[in-house]
Design a protein around this ligand. Structure first.
Ligand SMILES: Cc1cc2nc3c(=O)[nH]c(=O)nc-3n(C[C@H](O)[C@H](O)[C@H](O)COP(=O)(O)OP(=O)(O)OC[C@H]3O[C@@H](n4cnc5c(N)ncnc54)[C@H](O)[C@@H]3O)c2cc1C
Length: 375
């Protein structure tokens, strides 16, 4: 009769890479877990990524730390579960384009390394050796993060989901949460009511909407996101082995995809209807750093919904006061694959009342709400 049981110690809302990681880590610790997903596991934001994992986030050593810890967990998990996560070497080349930017990012290298990110400082010539499409005249220096890999998000989600189920967790798809009462722990859904001691909101870009059901202000929202691709750059062979290349000055990101470059441009805004302005910005930005690509056209590769917070880092924690049953892990703003493993461990520790061993201040509700006003 266990499939009819409508109670759980921990109920997780959302079956993306974050929710399934939490389910796995909590079930492994012996917690009675129930996860509810409105569609299919891993089919929302988690299926829209550039499939890249990195451990270096410039100016955010705290995000680098979560990713570095996650890499260790991915490897253990893959080995222990016999799952091939498809970790394939990619490398992240962060291109520094002014003396001031180079000085600033070089100055934080000790903190980044302390956080666990492996980093090598490169000259412009070394950077161009790794990515020959770059224009050497525009490069001051570069930082290489070899712990950057291509990954297979669908395999990660399947691995966590199956791992959790083997440990006794119940993961149900096709059930939408429609109501949430933090006081009683009752979660209303399209398949009836469930009751839990604690509830984790891991609903990706929809986490703010889910939190609102119980009157909690969780500043996470979905923002239209798009990746572009260039025309083919080569006739023979491919450019698949180029490193993931980031220009922090503008948020331009490129990586090889067959014979073309996959191109992204970070522009976080709450405003709708900005697609044409954004597209033109990407068209203008690419040839600034890749002068040989001046006449190469850009086309839409795919679109998605980015899970955004005011700090552009995730919200991970436990709500207080009348919402103390509620935990949250959402708004990974482009880093969800890189931080899912350790997020599962942190939420497990918060639920069990253990110290997560990570300073959660950058991920707290208070930090994010304080930034909301300035966003
Ligand atoms: C274009 C693009 C490229 C990206 N590239 C990368 C990348 O290369 N590397 C990287 O690390 N990150 C990347 N990201 C970010 C990454 O995709 C996210 O951070 C990550 O997938 C978030 O996972 P999640 O589980 O929180 O959210 P989701 O995968 O969206 O999962 C949340 C789930 O909650 C469910 N849900 C919502 N509301 C309810 C409800 N009421 N009831 C029940 N279920 C509900 C949804 O159906 C969904 O399945 C990218 C994002 C985009 C948009």
């Amino acid at each position: 009769m266990s499939e009819q049981k409508n109670t759980a110690e921990l109920l997780i809302i959302g079956g993306g890479v974050i929710g399934t990681s939490i389910a796995y880590h909590c079930a492994k610790a012996g917690v009675d877990v129930l996860l509810l997903e409105k569609n299919q596991f891993g089919a929302a934001t988690t299926s829209q990524t550039a499939r890249a994992f990195r451990t270096y986030f410039p100016r955010k050593p705290h995000d680098s730390e979560l990713a570095a810890r996650s890499l260790a967990d991915f490897k253990t998990f893959a080995g222990g579960m016999g799952v091939d996560l498809g970790l394939a070497d990619l490398g992240l080349l962060t291109v520094l384009t002014s003396p001031q930017q180079a000085a600033e990012l070089e100055a934080e290298l000790p903190d980044q390394r302390e956080a666990g990110a492996e980093l090598e400082l490169l000259t412009a010539a070394q950077a161009v050796e790794l990515n020959p499409w770059l224009d050497p005249d525009t490069i001051e220096a570069a930082i290489l993060n070899p712990q950057t890999y291509r990954v297979k998000p669908e395999v990660i989600v399947q691995g966590y989901a199956e791992g959790a189920q083997k440990l006794g967790a119940r993961l149900l798809s096709g059930i939408t949460v429609t109501g949430l009462d933090a006081g009683s722990g009752v979660v209303s859904t399209t398949s009836g009511d469930f009751t839990a001691e604690a509830i984790v909101i891991a609903a990706g870009p929809w986490s703010g909407d889910v939190a609102k059901l119980t009157g909690l202000n969780l500043p996470v929202w979905g923002q239209f996101a798009e990746l572009l691709h260039t025309d083919p750059l080569v006739t023979e062979g491919d450019v698949h082995n180029l490193p993931f290349t980031l220009h922090p000055v503008s948020g331009l990101k490129t990586m090889g995809m067959g014979k073309s470059l996959l191109v992204g441009l970070e522009r976080i805004s709450k405003q709708d209807g900005m697609r044409d302005i954004w597209f033109q910005a990407a068209v203008d930005e690419l040839p600034k750093w890749y002068s040989r690509l001046k006449n190469v056209e850009l086309h839409s590769a795919w679109t998605g919904t980015l899970d955004v917070t005011p700090t552009k880092s995730a919200l991970i924690g436990k709500a207080g006061g009348k919402h103390e049953r509620i935990l949250f892990a959402a708004g990974f703003t482009g880093h969800g694959l890189a931080q899912a493993p350790v997020t599962g461990q942190i939420v497990r520790d918060l639920y069990l009342g253990h110290q997560p061993g990570v300073d959660l201040t950058p991920y707290s509700l208070a930090t994010n709400l304080a930034r909301l006003g300035t966003f």
